[in-house]
Design a protein around this ligand. Sequence first.
Ligand code: ATP
Ligand code: MG
Length: 368
Amino acid sequence: MIIKSLELENYRNYESLNLELGKGTNIFYGDNAQGKTNILESVYLACTTKSHKRSKDKEIVRFGLDESHIRLILEKNGIDYKIDMHIRKNKRKSVIVNGMPIKKASELLGIAKLIFFSPEDLNIIKNGPSERRRFVDIELCQLSKSYLNSLINYNKCIDQRNKLLKDISFGVYIGSDAFSAIDVWDEQLAAYGTAVISERIEFIKKLNEIINDINNSISERGEKLELKYEPSVTIENYAEKLKNSRSQDMKYFTTAVGPHHDDINFILNGIDLRKFGSQGQQRTASLSLKLSEIEIVKKIVNDDPVLLLDDVLSELDSHRQNCLLTHLGKVQTLISCTGLDEFIKNRMTIDKVFNVDHGKVSLNSIND
Ligand SMILES: Nc1ncnc2c1ncn2[C@@H]1O[C@H](COP(=O)(O)OP(=O)(O)OP(=O)(O)O)[C@@H](O)[C@H]1O
Ligand SMILES: [Mg+2]
């Protein structure tokens, strides 16, 4: 797929913006705080309904105003999709695709495939498990409707179960048999949770088929990188572990076991990179993970995703920059950066260069 055009109205520091994007590499450069990330965020939001920064709608609307619009045209398999997103400060956002209102985020996720890459992604191994789960969730939600469904229902069950535990403890629950009420939630939790676990197992397996070669092409040391899924419970012991943790759960009104506590380990030559990896090893493995993600999306959806690279090139040394840029291939990429040195150094083929200055974007001639 490719994004053909982007239009913003009262979006963060943009009063109005109209852009025609190139099919290959599009560079947005400018000083700090000019609006580069805002452009990438708006593209991500229009295609996924969520901000990559987890910003709330009311934070996105231009200061002092009540509503924003994003209008984006993307082309996929020769068909144009016109996405019209209306963001309001105090109401739910609405999304219209080709004139038809859509009700669920999954309808949008089914159309567009994006990969967002920011400097924080290079810390995914160093950071806590929730970041690693978030990576898997974001990816799988784009790739699998059933995963998205299971995850939404799983999270709802967790909320309901935790609320019930609290209600029981405070005497608010007036059902005759509190334990059988928890049983009902446990059963549903285990059903959705099992679905989440099995798709995570498959996803990690797919990543493992490619990540090692990619990691070796970057580090050139012949080390073996492997991802290891560390589930909080297995499909086999799920029900039992849930039961065993019940008395503790009733005390803290939380659910102590289940896929919302999973982790993924990165093993390099048998060593746990989370604990013992050097910063360089961790960053190389993180970059490999991101590049594997591109390959997996390409393979599964049989189409190229659009890449959004927010200021990552300046975070990488020139060897790693080169590895990333070679992997981009013909994929449409939107890159934000403060300078153009990296591209000149790496002799990149660039489609369009935009200068971003105080919420205004101008197209530069490539030869400038
Ligand atoms: N809701 C909003 N309304 C108006 N302006 C906003 C809003 N939210 C953020 N901004 C402004 O947008 C600007 C930041 O834009 P952005 O994060 O895109 O900058 P950037 O060009 O990516 O900078 P950097 O190079 O530092 O990453 C800031 O000046 C900020 O005040
Ligand atoms: Mg930025």
